[in-house]
Design a protein around this ligand. Structure first.
Ligand SMILES: NC(=O)c1ccc[n+]([C@@H]2O[C@H](COP(=O)([O-])OP(=O)(O)OC[C@H]3O[C@@H](n4cnc5c(N)ncnc54)[C@H](O)[C@@H]3O)[C@@H](O)[C@H]2O)c1
Ligand SMILES: [Zn+2]
Ligand SMILES: [Zn+2]
Length: 336
């Protein structure tokens, strides 16, 4: 099979031939149809974060494909079924977090395309318990971005408990942001979209944002405070400065929801302002299998729209450059 492999953090990925893996006990073999390129894959390939993956590894955690083989003991899936491989590749199922509905916090978890090989390949093996079935009404092209960009922003906004009277700022209208705008609207919020690229802001307006702020042209904090501030600020752009701007855009009682994962770890937030204004700072990591299923169900019901362009896997390095340059509409998806 063809696979895109990170061989070293300072080198381009290599697209090489590899043996098709065999599913171990409890695993399935999936023939990939699509595989989304999340900004996290770029952080992974560059070794940006404090906990690094170990090269050589195959990135990709927005994989969608058909089950071709079942490992021993697999009872819950069948050959021919279409499933998604999300970031949460495995969790123990026994710990406090797994049993109280927070499996994404499991300390034993394995992450697709990071601690285990992911979906930038023609085939992948994955835990039968952690792949998520894709409904017939959702195309494989749409299902790919939904399985990380979708579920992550859906869960982040769910955690923020938006009320229908509230205003929500989404900072960064990329792969995650274009879906965040739609979930915030579905939950009843009025959306202010912030980006540094005008085309991204046009997409946000198309998808239902009420206001847009071009942070390359105006100070987003002043622009949002001129509107009266926001109740929730969701940060999807990988820069500490943007977290600080988002914090400063909040009303009293507001919630800062941290999702982007910049290489630079520290943000500077005033303790005095946090306390006096009663602000909550929330971290949110992807979503559970149930959250993925809910995101698929919303899409199957026609309530969301995925904006994506396809690329061949052979162009993986160019595709990463395009995402970093910030000019692609929403998401790039590899097709096989
Ligand atoms: N917490 C999680 O579970 C989780 C899940 C997936 C991705 N992520 C992280 O979220 C981040 C975003 O991922 P993505 O795939 O949507 O990336 P992306 O590159 O598709 O989107 C980022 C967007 O931010 C915009 N941007 C850049 N600088 C900005 C600025 N100063 N102000 C406003 N907007 C700005 C870009 O123009 C782009 O539209 C990454 O850091 C990724 O690792 C986190
Ligand atoms: Zn992702
Ligand atoms: Zn667990």
């Amino acid at each position: 099979m063809k696979a895109a492999v990170v061989v070293a953090f300072d080198q381009p990925l290599e697209v090489i031939d590899r043996e098709i893996p065999s599913p171990g006990p409890g695993q399935v073999l999936i023939r990939m149809e699509t595989s989304g390129l999340c900004h996290t894959d770029i952080h992974a390939a560059h070794g940006d974060w404090p906990v690094q993956p170990a090269p050589p590894f195959i990135p990709g955690h927005e994989g969608v494909g058909i089950i071709e083989e079942l490992g021993t003991g697999v009872q819950n899936r069948r050959i021919g079924e279409r499933v998604a491989i999300p970031w949460l590749g495995y969790a123990c199922g026994e710990c406090r977090y797994c049993i109280d509905g927070r499996e994404t916090l499991c300390e034993q978890q394995l992450n697709s395309g990071y601690s285990i090989d992911g979906a930038f390949a023609e085939y992948a093996v994955a835990s039968a318990r952690f792949v998520v079935p894709v409904p017939d009404e959702v195309t494989s092209l749409d299902a790919a971005p939904l399985s990380c960009a979708g579920v992550t922003t859906y869960k982040a906004l769910k955690t923020a408990k938006i009320l229908p009277s509230e205003r929500v700022a989404v900072f960064g209208i990329g792969g995650l942001g274009h879906l965040a705008v739609q979930y915030a609207r579905i939950m009843g919020g009025a959306v202010v979209a912030v980006d540094i690229d005008k085309d991204k802001l046009d997409i946000a307006l198309e998808l239902g944002a009420e206001q847009v702020v071009n942070a390359a042209v105006v100070d987003p904090v002043a622009a949002i405070q001129a509107l009266g501030g926001v109740d929730v600020a969701l940060v999807l752009a990988a820069s500490p400065m943007v977290f600080e701007q988002a914090f400063a855009s909040l009303k009293r009682g507001g919630r800062l929801v941290c999702v982007a994962l910049p290489a630079e770890q520290m943000m500077s937030i005033s303790i005095f302002e946090t306390v006096l204004k009663g602000i909550s700072i929330i971290g949110s990591i992807v979503g559970t299998r149930q959250d993925v299923a809910e995101v698929f169900a919303l899409h199957a019901a026609g309530k969301t729209k995925v904006i994506a362009e396809t690329r061949p896997l052979a162009d993986v390095n160019l595709a990463m450059k395009e995402v970093l340059a910030g000019h692609i509409p929403a998401r790039l998806v590899f097709t096989f």
